[in-house]
Every structure is written in structure tokens, then in C-alpha cells.
Design a protein around this ligand. Structure first.
Ligand code: G6P
Length: 367
């Protein structure tokens, strides 16, 4: 079927704005709202007894896997290893007996991800996949498939596939946590509830769209942009930087905020914007002290936080973006939207081809 832009200027913009709906669709198939617990499709392996879960993927799907590592280890107490597929396929890593491997792919056709899957299968792993295309080759070669319900994604830069992957991975975390006995029923109910609120909170972020346009004008002038965050938000710094470089061609790097003083702080001056994702939660004060270090060196900080976080931030912050306050568990999903909007509006300001950025392909099926 022919898919139109439905009144939006670009597919990417349309897909960003579809997120409350497709996150909701994905949640509907994974969370029972009355029992407030997750219900995964049949996975045919004992999720409570995996010595290790090996995750692999490429690009934005890899970044979704990185968020899942934080969730699975912290909340479900499940040991995880993660690697980009182009490395896992050649690394000859020993994979543990009785282990499972999880592959994440929007298209389900990425050649490196498929090769890593076949390697893991040869190593005796139970193969799980999170894919957006159920009839894809990665889905067909998996023992169990956890589908995302993002619908077709046309923009080369992944947006709604990423947030729906995060939703599925969050549900997998709760399912593994329950199977391992690491989560009480009350805690699972509270975290499920936090997930069920995401579509509404995401719609609130999209309603703030105009706020990102002005800041994007400033980003469009930059040669380099740094992104930083901690914990489960650290992968969002990577994703923010990846989105910006993919579609605006501005050099950007994502850093774990604690690593700032081990290198990138040398770059800070008033020409390098620093985008910081710092929702309130246990790591807020640590991240805000890194913000302080940037401000002290004349850096222009764009701080994404909630009212509570912003109230504690340095006066020297150049731009404050007040996002809705959510349970720290779901913050990585919500904070995807502002980093997407910043990249999108920066690319529009620069006049690049947002949906078909140079040198990039939607799906990389040759090595
Ligand atoms: C390409 C796309 C990215 C995507 C990556 C992985 O590089 O441009 O947006 O994240 O492939 O694709 P997949 O279909 O496996 O998720």
C-alpha cells in the first residue's frame, strides 16, 4: 500500500508524531491493564534460569539493546552482554550453555544482525528477536519473536521503531524479573502502570514541539554537539548524537556524563552545545554536577529534565526544557522524543534531506 505523509512535511516527522499511538498499540499487546502485569508471547525457554542473555543489533536498535541491559541487570537481576552485530559475528565469543540471545531489528533483514543470530544459534543459544516486520528473515530464524507494533517506518532515521523496541524490552524485563523472582507483584504493577502512562506523557512532549525549533536554530550553527547522560539515559545520549549526525551532518558525540572529565571536557567552549538528559531520579545530582563543570567552562547547556530536576540546576544553563515527570524506569522511552525533535528541527533548519540522508540506507542487507 502507498503510505502518505498525512499532512506532515516529512515521514520522519509523521513517525515521531505517531509515537503515542504506536507505543499504545505495543503496550496493548504486552500489558494486561487490569491485572497490571505483562503477558509475553510464548517464548519456549525458561526465562527464570538464563545464565546470560546476549543482546546484539545495529544502529538505533543496538542503542535500544543498551537501554535493555540497564533495565535487565538492575530491575530483573539478569546478567546481560551486548555487542554490535558486526563485532559479535566475528568475535568468536563463547556463549554459555543454556543461554539465550536476543536480536533487535526494525527491518528484520540487517545482514550483520542475521549473521550474529546464526553464530549464536550455532553456539546453542535460544534465539529471541524483537522485530517490526514479522515475516522478515530474522523473525523466521528465531525460536520466539517479540513483535513491535510500530507499523511501517519509512524515514531512514529510526524513531517509532526505537521507542516501540524500548517498550517491548521493558516488558521483557518485567517478565524476566518475575520469572527470576526479582520483582514483587507490587513492583511489577507499579512499573506496568508507569509504562501504561507513557503514551499520554509522550503526547505532552509532542505538544511542546515549538520549543525545540528555536533551540534547533542554534544547534544548526554548531560544528560539534555533545550529548551526555548517566545510567539508563546514557544510551539516549548516544541516540541523540546518532540522530543529529545522521540527518543534519553535524558532528555529535554521546558520552556517559561521568566520562566527561576523561576527554570531552577538553572540547568545551561557548561554541559547543551540550545536550543533557537528566530526569529526576537517583543519578540526577551526579549529572547536575557534570552540568556545573560544563557551565564553569563557558559551555552552552541544553538541559532536558523535569520541574524537580530543573529547580536544582545551575543558573548558567542556556536552555531548560521541562519534560513531564515520569517513573525513572520509563524515562529512557520518554526522552527519546525530545532528542528526535531536536535532530529533526536542526536538519530542517539546515535544509538537509531528512527522510533520505546522504550515504545512509534504511536497511543494510549487504555487508
Ligand atoms: C540502518 C538504519 C538505522 C537502523 C539500522 C539497523 O543503519 O539507517 O536507522 O537503526 O540500520 O536497522 P534494523 O532494521 O536492523 O533495525
Amino acid at each position: 500500500a502507498l503510505i502518505g505523509k498525512g499532512g506532515y512535511r516529512h515521514f520522519m516527522q509523521k513517525e515521531i508524531f505517531e509515537q503515542p499511538a504506536v507505543i499504545g498499540d505495543t503496550l496493548t499487546s504486552y500489558v494486561d491493564p487490569l491485572k497490571r502485569r505483562v503477558a509475553l508471547p510464548e517464548v519456549s525457554c525458561d526465562l527464570g534460569n538464563l545464565p546470560r542473555l546476549t543482546i546484539s543489533a545495529c544502529g538505533t536498535a543496538y542503542i535500544a539493546g543498551l537501554v535493555a541491559k540497564y533495565w535487565l541487570e538492575q530491575i530483573a537481576r539478569q546478567p546481560v552482554e551486548i555487542d554490535v552485530a558486526s563485532e559479535l559475528r566475528y568475535r568468536e565469543a563463547p556463549l554459555p550453555e543454556g543461554g539465550a540471545a536476543l536480536f533487535i531489528s526494525q527491518s528484520g533483514e540487517t545482514i550483520d544482525t542475521l549473521a550474529a543470530l546464526r553464530y549464536a544459534k550455532a553456539e546453542g543459544q535460544h534465539i529471541l528477536s524483537v522485530v517490526n516486520v514479522p515475516e522478515s528473515i530474522i523473525a523466521r530464524e528465531s525460536n520466539a519473536v517479540l513483535p513491535t507494533l510500530a507499523g511501517p517506518e519509512i524515514g531512514v532515521a529510526s524513531t517509532k521503531a526505537f521507542t516501540t523496541q524500548l517498550v517491548v524490552l521493558a516488558c521483557l524485563t518485567l517478565a524476566i524479573g518475575r520469572a527470576k523472582g526479582s520483582l514483587t507483584a507490587n513492583r511489577e504493577a507499579a512499573l506496568s502502570e508507569a509504562l501504561l502512562e507513557v503514551p499520554q506523557r509522550a503526547a505532552e512532549v509532542l505538544a511542546m514541539d515549538a520549543q525545540f525549533i528555536g533551540i534547533a536554530q542554534e544547534l544548526a550553527e554548531a560544528r560539534d554537539v555533545l550529548y551526555m547522560a548517566r545510567g539508563s539515559l546514557y544510551p539516549l545520549a548516544l541516540e541523540g548524537a546518532l540522530k543529529l549526525k545522521e540527518i543534519s551532518y553535524i558532528h555529535a558525540e554521546g558520552y556517559a556524563a561521568g566520562e566527561l572529565k576523561h576527554g570531552p571536557i577538553a572540547l568545551i567552549d561557548d561554541l559547543v552545545p551540550v545536550v543533557v538528559c537528566a530526569p529526576s531520579g537517583p543519578l540526577l545530582t551526579k549529572t547536575l554536577s557534570n552540568v556545573e563543570e560544563v557551565v564553569a567552562r563557558g559551555g552552552r547547556v541544553i538541559l532536558l529534565s523535569d520541574a524537580e530536576g530543573l529547580a536544582q540546576a545551575s543558573d548558567g544553563v542556556a536552555h531548560r526544557i521541562e519534560l513531564p515527570k515520569v517513573d525513572p524506569f520509563v524515562a529512557p522511552i520518554l526522552y527519546a522524543l525530545p532528542v528526535q525533535l531536536l535532530a529533526y528541527h536542526t536538519a530542517v533548519a539546515k535544509g538537509t534531506d531528512v527522510d533520505q540522508p546522504r550515504n545512509l540506507a534504511k536497511s543494510v542487507t549487504v555487508e
